[in-house]
Write a protein that binds this ligand. Structure first.
Ligand SMILES: Nc1ncnc2c1ncn2[C@@H]1O[C@H](COP(=O)(O)OP(=O)(O)OP(=O)(O)O)[C@@H](O)[C@H]1O
Length: 254
């Protein structure tokens, strides 16, 4: 079974080719870390895969009608802005919209999904707070909860752990890994290669306008890829606790 199939995706912005001929598919049970240096095209790829940007080639998600797409994939964009001073609970409940007919009130299943997402992200004490008054990290957790409440087979999240404290970063990566273990899948763009190595089942590396590598973290975070596409060297070890990855030095940026 395939949750997402992307084939020959080429994306241009203002006549500049950002990514060329990207192909991959995602099945159930995968936590895919989308990695690459600043400007490598991670956000661009996710938005094109979702059909939010025009692209040549095929994405099974982009091909779906809007409502079916929102039932198949939840999207957490990088921008963390909430326009209206709504409560945390109300904001999270918006994740249920793709499951409701026009004007339909939320029911027991919707309520359970909302309460589950609030519990998963440890947001019970924030339930009745006004979303626009939260700290950046608190708001990020609320937006992740909204994505979880959508209860889709696939989640795409653009730097979901940026701005979270270390405990919440680990907790959130574990939560995404838990979704994968339960047969759903997530694609998360991520700059923390240590957490990516530890929690993702698979990494997709973007660089030089293309998909450079796609595979198990240990096969993608090679010394050559780290030097060529991140300008770093790193310490990489396998321990009982899993993969340990620590960037060490900058190379080739003079
Ligand atoms: N609207 C636009 N018009 C022209 N170029 C754009 C536009 N949006 C993005 N780009 C360019 O596309 C490239 C990829 O940007 P993108 O935001 O996808 O990178 P990223 O890998 O998500 O980066 P980061 O890690 O910094 O968030 C960048 O060079 C960026 O300047």
């Amino acid at each position: 079974m395939t949750l997402l199939s992307v084939s020959g995706l080429t994306i241009q912005r203002r006549k500049r080719t950002i990514l060329r001929d990207v192909s991959f598919s995602v099945g159930p049970g995968e936590l895919v870390g989308l990695i690459g240096a600043n400007g490598a095209g991670k956000t661009t790829l996710m938005r094109a895969v979702l059909g939010l940007l025009p692209a040549e080639g095929d994405s099974s998600l982009a091909a779906l009608p809007q409502k079916a797409r929102a039932q198949q994939a939840a999207w957490m964009p990088q921008a963390r802005e909430v326009a209206w001073p709504v409560s945390v609970e109300r904001l999270i409940s918006l994740g249920r919209l793709p499951h409701l007919a026009a004007g339909q009130a939320i029911g027991a299943a919707d309520r359970a999904a909302i309460d589950g997402a609030i519990a998963d992200m440890g947001l019970e004490p924030f339930r009745h707070r006004t979303a626009t008054n939260l700290s950046g990290g608190e708001l990020a957790r609320v937006l992740i909860a909204r994505t979880l409440a959508q209860d889709t087979p696939l989640v795409l999240a653009d730097e979901p752990i940026a701005g979270l404290d270390p405990a919440h970063q680990i907790q959130t990566m574990r939560l995404f890994a838990g979704l994968a273990q339960a047969g759903r899948s997530a694609i998360v763009s991520i700059h923390d290669l240590g957490l990516a190595a530890r929690h993702c089942t698979r990494l997709i590396l973007l660089g030089e306008g293309r998909l450079v590598a796609d595979g198990a973290p240990g096969d993608v975070l090679t010394p050559d890829n780290l030097t060529d596409h991140f300008n770093i060297t790193a310490h990489f070890a396998r321990s009982e606790a899993g993969l340990i990855f620590q960037p060490l030095d900058v190379v080739g940026m003079d």
